[in-house]
Design a protein around this ligand. Sequence first.
Ligand SMILES: *[C@@H]1O[C@H](CO)[C@@H](O)[C@H](O)[C@H]1NC(C)=O
Ligand SMILES: *[C@@H]1O[C@H](CO)[C@@H](O)[C@H](O)[C@H]1NC(C)=O
Ligand SMILES: *[C@@H]1O[C@H](CO)[C@@H](O)[C@H](O)[C@H]1NC(C)=O
Ligand SMILES: *[C@@H]1O[C@H](CO)[C@@H](O)[C@H](O)[C@H]1NC(C)=O
Ligand SMILES: *[C@@H]1O[C@H](CO)[C@@H](O)[C@H](O)[C@H]1NC(C)=O
Ligand SMILES: *[C@@H]1O[C@H](CO)[C@@H](O)[C@H](O)[C@H]1NC(C)=O
Ligand SMILES: *[C@@H]1O[C@H](CO)[C@@H](O)[C@H](O)[C@H]1NC(C)=O
Ligand SMILES: *[C@@H]1O[C@H](CO)[C@@H](O)[C@H](O)[C@H]1NC(C)=O
Ligand SMILES: *[C@@H]1O[C@H](CO)[C@@H](O)[C@H](O)[C@H]1NC(C)=O
Ligand SMILES: *[C@@H]1O[C@H](CO)[C@@H](O)[C@H](O)[C@H]1NC(C)=O
Ligand SMILES: *[C@@H]1O[C@H](CO)[C@@H](O)[C@H](O)[C@H]1NC(C)=O
Ligand SMILES: *[C@@H]1O[C@H](CO)[C@@H](O)[C@H](O)[C@H]1NC(C)=O
Length: 623
Amino acid sequence: MAARDTSFILVGLLVLFHTWGAWADVKVKMEDRVEVFRGEPAQIACTFTSSDGIGGMIIQWFYVNRLGEKQKIYLQNSTMNVTDSGTPFTQRISVNGTGADGEILLTISDVQPEDELEFICLIKTLTDGTAEGRTKLKVFATPDHPTIEGVQTGISINEEIPSKIGTCEVKNGYPKPNITWYRNNTPIRGAQDVVKAVQTITTESSGLYSVKSELNMKVMKVDVQAQFYCEVTYFIPKESRMTETNRINITVYYPTTSVIILVESPKGKIKEGDSIELHCYVNGNMPSSIITISHEESGDYWENKSVVLENVTRQNSGYYYCNSTDTESNSFEEVSGNTMVFVNYLDPAVVKPENVEVLQGDELMATCNALSSLQTQTVWFKDGKKLSMGHSLNLKNATIETAGTYMCVVTVSEIEGMETKGTLTVNVQGPPQILGPDFREVQKSSGEMVNLSCDVIGYPAPTVVWYTSDGKSHEAASETDTKGVIHSVVNITITSDITAICNASNNFGTVALTFNIIASKRTPRPDTTTTNTAVSTTPNKVKKAEGKGVIIAVIIICILLLAILGSVLYFLYKKGKICGRSGKQDLTKEVSSKDNIVVEMKSDNTEEAVLLGVNGEKLPPSN
Ligand SMILES: *[C@@H]1O[C@H](CO)[C@@H](O)[C@H](O)[C@H]1NC(C)=O
Ligand SMILES: *[C@@H]1O[C@H](CO)[C@@H](O)[C@H](O)[C@H]1NC(C)=O
Ligand SMILES: *[C@@H]1O[C@H](CO)[C@@H](O)[C@H](O)[C@H]1NC(C)=O
Ligand SMILES: *[C@@H]1O[C@H](CO)[C@@H](O)[C@H](O)[C@H]1NC(C)=O
Ligand SMILES: *[C@@H]1O[C@H](CO)[C@@H](O)[C@H](O)[C@H]1NC(C)=O
Ligand SMILES: *[C@@H]1O[C@H](CO)[C@@H](O)[C@H](O)[C@H]1NC(C)=O
Ligand SMILES: *[C@@H]1O[C@H](CO)[C@@H](O)[C@H](O)[C@H]1NC(C)=O
Ligand SMILES: *[C@@H]1O[C@H](CO)[C@@H](O)[C@H](O)[C@H]1NC(C)=O
Ligand SMILES: *[C@@H]1O[C@H](CO)[C@@H](O)[C@H](O)[C@H]1NC(C)=O
Ligand SMILES: *[C@@H]1O[C@H](CO)[C@@H](O)[C@H](O)[C@H]1NC(C)=O
Ligand SMILES: *[C@@H]1O[C@H](CO)[C@@H](O)[C@H](O)[C@H]1NC(C)=O
Ligand SMILES: *[C@@H]1O[C@H](CO)[C@@H](O)[C@H](O)[C@H]1NC(C)=O
């Protein structure tokens, strides 16, 4: 105690001495703060002035712990140096310099956030006393790039409390980074019940800070297009920096205030049979709202934004409503829009009369009507040819050509493809008519078959019968009726010149078509039937065998017979017993024999044909 007092007095004296002379007090100079990145070495310099040499000088380094207590970490005097063991810096500090040049440098390697402390450099001299300097160590860590996450669910503008918009997070920063929310490049200012950004700060095991900010706000319709992002501010040695997240947008649900319903297709006028597509346009997007399309007249109802009505009829005409009801809002507000749909129609054409019979020369009136919602045009056609326009058809002075099928086509010019047709069948009563000349000539070889055909028109349909001049009637091989033209075919085997008659008759009269058939001898066709060939060849062979003698004998016999006949006739004449009636009969027989001519072929080279009557009389070839 006494020794201490003595030394105190000594020091005091020394001080006094110094003050008096050169004022030799120890002075320490240090920077206020040293800023350094985490993980890097921090250098804290301590400069001092003292009149003393370093001989009696003691240099000590301390730090101030969290409780405000000074903790020594290092000591050095002229002969030795000691690093205190058991401090957080034991392994990480080094001191450069002896202090001889008034400067000493403390180096802390691998600086960590916990190292953000105050460091003290204490200089103790023998005579100049003691002085200390303080430096705050500031540690900085650049945070990771910030992230942002928006809510995936949509947010309704009807929400009463602020809804979560998204979360921003920035990790591993030191000191604490700041997060600021932006909407469309404008910082979002906190307003108590509208916007709220809640920050959560986490201290990582490394001592670094992670900051999370959740934005809650009431959305408005304009926020549909809003872009949200976060700006992060952080410090690095000597400056502050900023970084931004990417932008997000949110789904905003807003109620419908207006509804429009439109016919999407077809564009323009609608006709029966069309498919109509109705679409409802609403200016809201609340998932809780129900959109319905309904048809007032029929009560039809669809819970859909669009509906396709297929094959519509006039019953589909009327008002279509689109109603949007918000089931979530308390008011259950309903917004409605409507459109008028008109389905145009064209009923089947009604022809009056449909079937008509008129007498030749009479006048005929017919009408064709089709009920339609639009103006119609009617055109009458016959056999594909346009006859007249207008819904009534007037036919004057009916002839057989007037008969047939008439068609009326009703169209709507405003809508393409709207058309209906009706038919009118006209029958003109009158006697039958033969189509083509009523006298024809046909040449055929005897024994051949000839096909004769006869086309007749007339109403009522005439009956066609065939017969030949020999009194025989023939059944038609075929008879067809195509559009009132009766085509009758008969096949007749020719034996001699003959007349065939096609007789067509109905209530109004009779017509006949005469075929004059000439059984030709000159040009026997090579394809004559075998029977025919047999008939003509057999007599040829007989004649060849008999020769001229036979002919002479026959002629003589004939002359003798004529002579006998002559004498008999003469004898009868003389007796006055001739009968006129029998003569008449003979004459008829002679006429009819003409029809029964037989062709006989001569085999000789002259090819002279000899015609023989039934009675064996020789006739000149010209006959
Ligand atoms: C330096 O300090 C040590 C330990 O305190 C001491 O033993 C030594 O004598 C001192 N040296 C001088 C020159 O003061
Ligand atoms: C501290 O002492 C060691 C040896 O004990 C020596 O190598 C070093 O240079 C000394 N440092 C200072 C600053 O005197
Ligand atoms: C000590 O200081 C001297 C001079 O200032 C320098 O050359 C040397 O590299 C330093 N050593 C350390 C370990 O800092
Ligand atoms: C963070 O924001 C708070 C308040 O807005 C402010 O006091 C502080 O200085 C900011 N810090 C940084 C690192 O920007
Ligand atoms: C955000 O906007 C973009 C285009 O601006 C769009 O493609 C995307 O779907 C929107 N996302 C959300 C969630 O609204
Ligand atoms: C609604 O309409 C769409 C398209 O028109 C169709 O695909 C869907 O099946 C309809 N929904 C109902 C419930 O009818
Ligand atoms: C359209 O409707 C009409 C009458 O309702 C019916 O006769 C016709 O077959 C329908 N057509 C189609 C293609 O469904
Ligand atoms: C739709 O709204 C209209 C007009 O408010 C109303 O007359 C109609 O009954 C509603 N239809 C349905 C299906 O609610
Ligand atoms: C009717 O037609 C016939 C034959 O075509 C003709 O002879 C007659 O004069 C016509 N009558 C009238 C009134 O036109
Ligand atoms: C004549 O008509 C009948 C029946 O129509 C037919 O079978 C035959 O082949 C025809 N003959 C000739 C030569 O045209
Ligand atoms: C018409 O000729 C054919 C042979 O060509 C025959 O089969 C048919 O019976 C004949 N018809 C009549 C009505 O004579
Ligand atoms: C045609 O036939 C009808 C009835 O079969 C008969 O009355 C009429 O005399 C015939 N006409 C001719 C020209 O043969």
